[in-house]
Design a protein around this ligand. Structure first.
Ligand code: AMP
Ligand code: GLY
Length: 453
């Protein structure tokens, strides 16, 4: 695989149907190497405007059909967006010597699909992470949360689209969270066991790195907003908005994080005979005792991908190909110096029960070929094209309104205004994306001014 060079034109299949994939597809369309772009059969309306839909659902249950179809359409590169197909083993099943896949194998993606395994790797490799315990029975989990005095966080160990984590303020909440996972099985098999860990305080950052097995290249840092309500209130979601870059980490901090988190994680897997290729994403909390890893993901984040892609400068297709074929060191790309901010417009009820099929008003077409866009861009997540000109809601997170600005405050203002242009029955969005960093900067300025007088 490592000697495979990028053809002049390559047909690409992008697996995944959400905002992350729309943002990735948009950048792929700007690559001179892109032949035909294929997208998921259930892709959102934004993706369908950029690529052709696969004739059937892309799932490994249909492996032999898929292999025939991939050969028939001469697909030379597959890019996997979401965690589900990685956990299912799609990379293992469909990689061939001539057809690389961007994304880790099932064994490498276990860092994401099994939080207990991730904790074990972190302990073995001394990656800083909250102190905690894995519980596999309801009795042991209830006993552990009851005996703890400090507030804790209860996490279903399997994949839950960002919703399987409860940050508890007291014992009663922790007991309820354990019961939700292990007794009422709200997250199905994903909650059969839980990680219970100390509750930390601090700013969060999402640090994503491209990894080709050996070379690790950190991308600019993002901050996501997991909780559904303004002021970081309410239950966790997949992510209500993000911005990039963050001013929270210096180059020296990032080097330390590469050394203390990314290198040990990739090496720890390698010692088990597992090579990681794709995106490794560490969700970190910046505590008084230094950065600690809350979770690993093995793919681009969403909405992180939307702000990263808004700023990405270079040939994304080539960059991902070089990563998948073990030559990341040859990739050349950079990021727009401006800040990007994304505000996600959601359906009423999200992250719980939602209604689908609401007509959406206010969506502009994304500019297709511009490399220096001014935005705002509307990256579609849960949208569906019903008929020409009519787009309806089809999920919890509907559209990411993403804007660039010279400063975070400007990018956040523009993205929030753009989010307000999207309307459908029950639409809501957070109006304070960036607030923690903006307050932090504001406070820092006050301290500085105070020192100056
Ligand atoms: P995770 O899926 O593990 O990243 O958790 C989702 C979100 O829950 C994180 O982005 C944090 O906002 C919060 N969280 C997770 N673990 C902790 C922790 N140990 N302390 C405080 N908050 C946490
Ligand atoms: N936004 C966080 C995630 O994609 O997991």
């Amino acid at each position: 695989m490592s000697s495979l060079s990028l053809p002049e034109k390559v047909n690409v299949l992008l697996v995944g149907a959400g905002g992350r994939e729309h943002a990735i597809a948009w950048r792929l369309c700007q690559s001179p190497h892109l032949g035909k772009l294929w997208v998921d059969s259930n892709a959102n309306a934004g993706l369908l405007a950029l690529g052709s839909a696969c004739p059937e659902e892309f799932t490994l249950r249909r492996k032999y059909y898929l292999e025939r179809w991939l050969a028939q359409e001469n697909i030379g590169f597959i890019i996997i967006g979401p965690e589900g197909p990685l956990a299912e083993g799609m990379v293992d099943a469909l990689t061939t010597p001539e057809r690389p896949i961007f994304g880790p194998t099932k064994a490498a993606a276990r860092l994401e699909w099994d939080k207990a395994y991730a904790k074990t790797i972190m302990r073995q490799t001394s990656i800083p992470t909250p102190e905690g315990r894995v519980c596999t029975t309801l009795g042991s989990a209830l006993a552990y949360v009851t005996e703890r005095d400090e507030p804790c966080v209860v996490k279903a160990t399997g994949l839950c689209a960002g919703k399987g984590v409860t940050v508890c303020k007291d014992k009663n909440e922790a007991i309820a969270a354990v019961r939700k996972c292990m007794e009422s099985k709200e997250f199905g098999d994903a909650g059969t066991s839980v990680v219970i860990e100390e509750r930390l305080e601090g700013q969060e950052v999402s640090i994503l790195a491209l990894v080709d097995g050996r070379t690790i290249t950190l991308l600019d840092t993002c901050q996501d907003h997991k909780q559904v309500g303004d002021g970081d209130t309410g239950p966790n979601t997949g992510g209500m908005g993000a911005f990039c870059p963050t001013p929270l980490l210096s180059d020296a901090d990032l080097q330390a994080i590469a050394r203390d988190v990314f290198v040990p994680a990739v090496d720890g897997l390698r010692r088990q005979g597992i090579e990681f290729r794709g995106v490794l994403f560490a969700g970190l909390m910046l505590t008084h005792a230094g950065p600690k890893v809350l979770e690993f993901n093995c793919r681009f984040g969403d909405p992180e991908a939307q702000v990263l892609m808004a700023r990405f400068q270079g040939d994304l297709l080539k960059t991902l190909w070089l990563t998948a074929t073990g030559r990341l060191a040859d990739a050349q790309f950079s990021f727009d110096p401006r800040t990007a901010c994304c505000v996600v417009v959601c359906s009423e009820g999200y992250p719980g029960e939602i209604c689908k099929g609401m007509p959406i008003v206010g969506l502009e077409d994304l500019p297709k070929a511009s490399t220096s866009p001014i935005g705002p861009f509307f990256f579609h997540s849960g949208t569906k094209a019903e008929k020409i000109g009519k787009i309806v809601t089809n999920g919890g997170r509907i559209v990411g309104a993403t804007a660039l600005g010279d400063f975070l405050a400007e990018a956040a203002r523009q993205a929030t205004v753009a989010a307000g242009q999207i309307s459908f029955n029950g639409a809501f969005y957070r109006k304070d994306i960036g607030h923690r960093v903006l307050n932090h900067i504001q406070n820092a300025k006050l301290v500085k001014n105070h020192e100056a007088v």
